[in-house]
Ligand binder design. Structure first.
Ligand SMILES: Nc1ncnc2c1ncn2[C@@H]1O[C@H](COP(=O)(O)OP(=O)(O)OP(=O)(O)O)[C@@H](O)[C@H]1O
Ligand SMILES: [Mg+2]
Length: 381
């Protein structure tokens, strides 16, 4: 996190001079920075800097203040806003407070600004750690066809089932995503629409972009067509993920296959990355090289073995020794079960052994006691 605690976006010269003088002369010596460009670049800068407070000259706000406040919250959810105006205007104060600004100040700022900042900075400290933030998990196939999409869909479904929380399943396999098809949630919108509209992304626009599969399980599919020219800006993509955290409790991403540019771009935003492989030599080779490339990710990276045959040529322990890492889960093979369910437009029947394993995997991810199964299963074998 940056050491700059306060960002100033002030056009009015007198106001700016007053604010800067008040900050320089205050006993707290709070580190601050001035931003002088337009609104869109202010939002981008806020997203990167995430200061604890924004001193905002109300005359610089290009839209309705309530909309502007939502945009600020998307880019920097914890940043407090101090609205500044040249004169004391009761109507404006009321509108600013209704829009959700934290403080409203007008000159003279010499005493009022340091006091307001002191209040804000102490409340920020007490809020740290308590803010609600959804968790982001991603499934990545070690090579094509290992089961990342199957796992993402079933785990998202199971997470909703078990936690009853707000789940989002997002297809970030932009070139050939199948999540929309498997979840029966076709849509004309994709994550790319959220990226393109980042500067006006708010709760209502977001609701228009996602599709509800069932209550509290929403889906945002991959685009219907994609070319390399559509490749999203990585920083903006990360900001969309940060926004998703404010709208959902769990965000499950299908990241496609191998360490592609999208998976790499969002890596920092993930709480957990599940690398899915089968026992096929080519898949294990891919798995090993990805594990090697992501050696610095520690516990964030977890390995899932999919389509594990009943009789393995190699024991789990031997495999873990070769990979230098333990397996998070090993899921059984049920090609026919999946084939039949997908052909009839459904996810896997919950009575099957593989579906029970999806349930166990979801409960392990959510930190819940294992979901009750009709028969006793373990995450291995
Ligand atoms: N545990 C399993 N047992 C049997 N078949 C499976 C299992 N998991 C996935 N499959 C099958 O493997 C195929 C590939 O699965 P899926 O599409 O989920 O993989 P993927 O890693 O997303 O592939 P892609 O690289 O094409 O995106 C599908 O036909 C799916 O039904
Ligand atoms: Mg896939």
């Amino acid at each position: 996190m940056s050491s700059v605690k306060v960002l100033l976006h002030i056009k009015d010269e007198n106001l700016r001079r007053e604010a800067v003088d008040a900050l320089r002369e205050s006993a707290q010596q709070v580190p601050f920075e001035q931003h002088e460009s337009d609104w869109t670049s202010l939002l981008e800068h806020l997203g990167k800097l995430k200061p604890e407070a924004l001193l905002l000259d109300l005359t610089t706000v290009p839209t309705d203040l309530a909309v502007a406040m939502r945009q600020i919250k998307i880019h920097a959810p914890r940043t407090k806003v101090v609205a500044l105006h040249a004169v004391e205007d009761p109507k404006m104060i009321l509108a600013a407070m209704r829009a959700g600004v934290n403080e409203f100040l007008h000159p003279p700022l010499e005493d009022s600004l340091p006091t307001a900042l002191e209040r804000i900075l102490s409340s920020v400290e007490s809020e740290i750690g308590t803010a609600s933030r959804g968790k982001v998990i991603g499934f990545l196939s070690a090579k094509g066809g290992c089961g990342a999409t199957t796992l993402a869909c079933h785990v998202a479904w199971e997470l909703q089932n078990q936690t009853r929380k707000r789940i989002l399943l997002a297809d970030l396999d932009l070139t050939s995503g199948l999540v929309g098809f498997l979840m029966k949630t076709p849509s004309s919108y994709s994550i790319l629409d959220a990226v393109k509209n980042l500067s006006r992304l708010d709760e209502s626009l977001w609701k228009a972009l996602i599709v509800e599969n069932r209550p509290n399980l929403s889906v945002i599919p991959a685009p219907a067509s994609y070319s390399r020219w559509d490749h999203p800006d990585e920083n903006q993509l990360k900001q969309v993920l940060q926004f998703m955290r404010t709208q959902h409790d769990w965000i499950v991403l299908d990241l496609g296959r191998s360490l592609n540019s999208i998976a790499t771009a969002v890596l920092e935003e993930l709480d957990q990355l599940f690398l899915v492989s089968t026992l096929e030599v080519v898949a294990l080779h891919g798995l090993k090289s990805i594990v090697h490339g992501l050696f610095d990710q520690g516990e964030k990276l977890q390995l899932v073995l999919n389509r594990t045959p009943k009789l393995m040529d190699i024991s789990t322990q031997e495999l873990e020794k070769i990979l230098g890492r333990s397996l998070y889960a090993a899921l059984p093979n049920d090609y026919m079960g999946l084939y039949q369910s997908y052909s009839s437009g459904n996810l896997l029947n919950s009575n099957t052994r593989l579906a029970q394993h999806f349930g166990l995997l979801a409960s392990k991810i959510a930190g819940l006691p294992p979901a009750k199964a009709k028969k006793k299963f373990s995450l291995f074998g």
